[in-house]
Design a protein around this ligand. Structure first.
Ligand code: PLP
Length: 407
């Protein structure tokens, strides 16, 4: 009954894949050190590209996490906007002050990338989101105009497909238009949501992706691969290679031309054979098997939504787009309570349940108010688990004496 965060999962083939990978102890840094790891990585990256309908001009690389992916992507954006940063660095140069834009719902990895790259945390501008927690495009335009008038240089925007709190989807086509106009790098953080693009009914989330410069997808979140496995796609992946290729003498013999060396696509030299577990899982589940499981997560999600809607003491706190449900207990006599009561009560319920050890859910803040959050995705989660969790939430709310007893 762990229903916290994103309900990522492993599967029997995933466990087998890890068991096989560990004793092989392969280093996927160059083609020569492991032709199989290199070829298989290229293959599985291309499978996912085809499943989610990305044009062939996108090439990719597997990293551990999406946070590392965005850092590499923004490093390329920075190099293209300020050529020779790779060689001369940032210090003592008269560079413009770059701005990066992302919504107030985006993941903190955007700031972390800015910190690591010397772009500065404060230069990540958080654009307000609309009622559906999607980036407000008008506000985004206004922020760019303001920054231009103050001599900042818009560098990049990070649009999210599947935000961390509510799984909302930013309006990528409109954002892409603004990027084109201002020659900004467009990174799409589809770390969570990207996997759903394998389903025809979620094709809509991929609108505008072909206009992106880079896209990150975490198969360890939605495509059944155990942690860690994240793919960064870059339109014309040579752009990434140009920034990070650096061959010291002691590796020269191993990096002969015409062979793919994944060490060229990031700061890591030694690399795990991550592609093997992905290959094992995807071969055994098949695309249809994955689609069936994702659809089952949505079936359970819709059940939970119905239960919440049919209990007048609770309300949904955000539109439900993917298997993530944010909801709250409603306080009716707010006038007699301090204004923080609403937040405290939802927190208390979450804390009570989590410390009971019987189940686990999380909380998040939406528009200043604390809400409960359930993330589905583990292949072992059944309707029975979800029903029990819902009953536990109802009972805990009653026990807290804050909610009236059920009619
Ligand atoms: N982007 C989004 C939308 C996320 O929700 C998360 C993590 O939950 C990340 C990025 C960071 O992912 P990772 O843990 O792979 O760095």
């Amino acid at each position: 009954m762990f229903l916290g965060y994103f309900g990522w999962t492993t599967t029997a083939p995933g466990i087998l894949g890890e068991i096989v990978t560990a004793p092989l102890n392969v280093n996927a840094m160059t083609w020569r050190t492991s032709p199989a790891a290199t070829e298989l990585e290229t293959l599985v990256i291309d499978w996912v590209r085809q499943w989610i309908g990305l044009p062939a001009e996108f090439g990719g690389v597997v990293y551990d996490t999406a946070s590392v992916g965005i850092m590499h992507s923004l490093a390329v954006a920075r190099e293209e906007a300020a050529p020779s940063t790779r060689t001369l660095g940032l210090s003592a140069r008269n560079l413009p002050r770059f701005r990066i834009y992302t919504s107030d719902q985006a993941h903190s990895s955007v700031e972390k990338a800015a910190i690591a790259l010397g772009l500065g945390e404060e230069n990540v501008q958080r654009v307000p989101s609309d009622a559906g927690f999607r980036m407000d495009v008008a506000a985004f335009r206004a922020m760019i105009e303001r920054d231009l008038s103050e001599k900042f240089r818009p560098l990049a925007v990070v649009a999210t497909v599947g935000t961390t709190s509510t799984a909302s989807v930013d309006p990528v086509p409109e954002i892409a238009k603004i990027c084109r106009r201002h020659k900004m790098w467009l990174h799409i953080d589809a770390a969570y949501g990207g996997g759903f693009a394998i389903l025809p009914e979620y094709k809509w989330i991929t609108k505008g992706w072909s206009e992106a410069d880079s896209i990150v997808i975490n198969p360890h979140k939605t495509l059944f691969v155990p942690l860690d496995f994240s793919i960064l796609y870059v339109r014309d992946v040579e752009r990434l290679r140009r920034v990070f290729r650096l061959v010291p003498e002691y590796l020269r013999g191993d990096t002969i031309e015409a062979e793919k060396n994944y060490m060229d696509y990031g700061i890591q030299l030694g690399r795990r054979f991550r592609a093997l577990k992905a290959w094992v899982i995807w071969r055994s589940l098949g695309r249809r098997g994955m689609a069936d499981r994702l659809r089952d997560q949505m079936r359970l999600t819709n059940l939970l939504v119905d239960w919440i809607k049919s209990d007048s003491r609770f309300e949904l706190a955000a539109p439900v787009v993917m298997p993530v449900v944010c909801f709250r207990l409603i306080v009716r006599d707010e006038s007699s309570r301090p204004s923080t009561a609403k937040a405290d009560m939802n927190t208390t319920i979450v804390e009570r349940i989590n410390t009971s050890g019987r189940a686990y859910l999380t909380q998040t803040k939406l528009r200043g108010s604390t809400v409960m959050r359930i993330g589905l995705g583990n292949v072992l989660t059944t309707e029975q688990h979800l029903r029990k969790m819902w009953e536990l939430i109802q009972e805990t709310a009653e026990l807290e004496g804050r909610a009236p007893s059920r009619p």
